[in-house]
Design a protein around this ligand. Sequence first.
Ligand SMILES: [Mg+2]
Length: 234
Amino acid sequence: MDIKVITFDLDNTLWDVEPALLRAEKVQQDWLRQHRPGAVEAYDHDGLWEFKKAIWKRYPQLRHHVSKFRIQTLYELQVAAGYSEQESRSGAEQAFALFLEQRQQVQLYAEALSVLDTLSSRFTLGALTNGNADVYKTDAGDYFDFAFLAEDIGLGKPHPDMFHAALQRTGVEPCNVVHVGDDPEHDIAGARAVGMHTVWMNAREKTWPNGPPPSREISNLQQLPQAIAEIAAD
Ligand SMILES: [Mg+2]
């Protein structure tokens, strides 16, 4: 197998996204409590979840646009609390800007940079994410030749459009690509369906769910160069 391109999922593949998301949610909530009192206080976790689900139902296309969806939620929370359309729009933008700033402050897995450095000398590296992380705002940015967000493509993984975008950009065949990701369905089943090789990044050492297994499984990025070498030798 002639492997030329490695594509990466980002959240929970190159970094643990949880700490950044928790911080981001907190600054967003703090801003609302301070500047739009009454907009979020009435909701507990489940209540907020119901509120979001109702928005998804009304705007199913926002499922693949995590940023637009969050802005819409922020907007509707304020409208529901009696704020004017204008206040709610500007409030949504300000709260979202704070959210996104924190959300981008991710801490790469300790071994990520050296592994990316090694791989980037031999392969074209790309990012494919359903989230709104910007790899170019992290220390890993220098190693990436391209990055596609589901919200730019219009459909998220496992939809083939995301993987086709990478093929189109690099001009290689699916059999020349290894996709690395933590999500069995979005990353592994999705990439496999278009004919790419797959590496399941299983940092939490879960059991593989049902369905065709990945080409290789790793629990630490340090194992990735070896996994790719094995795929190339298959
Ligand atoms: Mg992920």
